[in-house]
Ligand binder design. Structure first.
Ligand code: MG
Ligand code: MG
Length: 285
């Protein structure tokens, strides 16, 4: 962190006794620099996914990339977490610990969740990819999860309410003929000078509730979707969250800033241009 950030008191908006950090447009620019590092790290990891690679090796790819950019991994050491990425395979939903002994095979799905700190500003993003070609079932799971994330990002609009995002995520998932599970409890969050800030962003709910969406609010939107029942179990390692029924899960995440011009997806290389186009939104790139 820089002294400038430590010495300045962030402007905070109060909601239900919780504090939400509102950034200046200059601070959002700084968060964009962080977001681009995270985007590059995830791109590098995706390029390294192949049969036989270990999740420990993928972790090293991410850490090397982030440090090559003069940035710092924000997961590493977070409450004692030992990875730069969370590597969650198949029935693991989130928070899988990278492991040199865990080698990927053709047909595995891996969720890579990663974040970086640049000049004290955090970003956070995740993708799920298949090693090789996905089955039709896996392709549909990943597609609906990613689309639900974009639907939520498209509602990161000043003047709306927080649960407009939650409702958009949920409605995208429940519109499918297959009955997917939406993971309870875990969700998105505010982000800024810490990785996890208020407000918590559920992936379901009625629209029109919660804090007002205002320019300068930055959020991580991250749906977690299961093919089967959404019930979860945390493994004895104290981190890995798996589906109770063993069904496969997918997880996508982007960090978005609410700006006067609309959503700016800070962890998307193009700022969200492609992902928001179906919603008629043209963000800055
Ligand atoms: Mg994340
Ligand atoms: Mg997150």
């Amino acid at each position: 962190m820089t002294g400038g950030i430590l010495s300045r008191l962030p402007l905070l908006a109060k909601w239900s006794g919780r504090m939400i950090q509102i950034k200046t447009s200059h601070e959002i620019e700084l968060m964009r620099a962080s977001g681009l590092v995270t985007a590059g790290a995830i791109k590098a990891v995706k390029a390294a996914v192949r049969p036989g690679v270990s999740t420990g090796e993928l972790d090293a790819v991410a850490e090397d990339y982030i440090r090559s950019q003069g940035a710092v991994p924000n997961f590493l050491g977070y409450h004692g977490f030992t990875g730069t990425i969370c590597a969650s395979v198949n029935n693991e939903i989130v928070h899988g610990i990278p492991n040199p002994g865990r080698r990927l095979a053709e047909g595995d799905n891996i969720s890579v969740d990663c974040g970086a700190i640049v000049n004290g500003w955090h970003s956070d993003s995740a993708v799920t990819v298949t090693v090789g070609e996905p089955s039709a079932e896996d392709a549909a799971l990943m597609d609906v999860t990613e689309r639900s994330m974009w639907a939520g990002l498209a509602r990161a609009i000043a003047g709306g309410r927080l649960t407009d995002i939650s409702a958009a995520v949920e409605q995208t998932i429940t519109a499918e003929s297959h009955q997917y599970g939406i993971v309870d409890h875990y969700g998105g969050h505010g982000i800024g000078t810490e990785m996890h800030q208020d407000p918590h962003v559920l992936n379901y709910g009625r629209p029109g509730r919660g804090p007002k969406l205002v320019p300068g609010l930055a959020l991580a939107i991250e749906p977690m979707v299961t093919v089967g029942d959404p019930a979860t179990v945390e493994l004895e390692d104290g981190w890995t969250v798996v589906t109770k029924d063993g069904s496969r899960a997918a997880h996508f995440e982007h960090t978005v800033a609410i700006t006067p011009e609309g959503p700016w997806v800070l962890t998307a290389e193009d700022g969200g241009v492609a992902g928001l186009a179906p919603f008629g939104i043209t963000p800055r790139s």
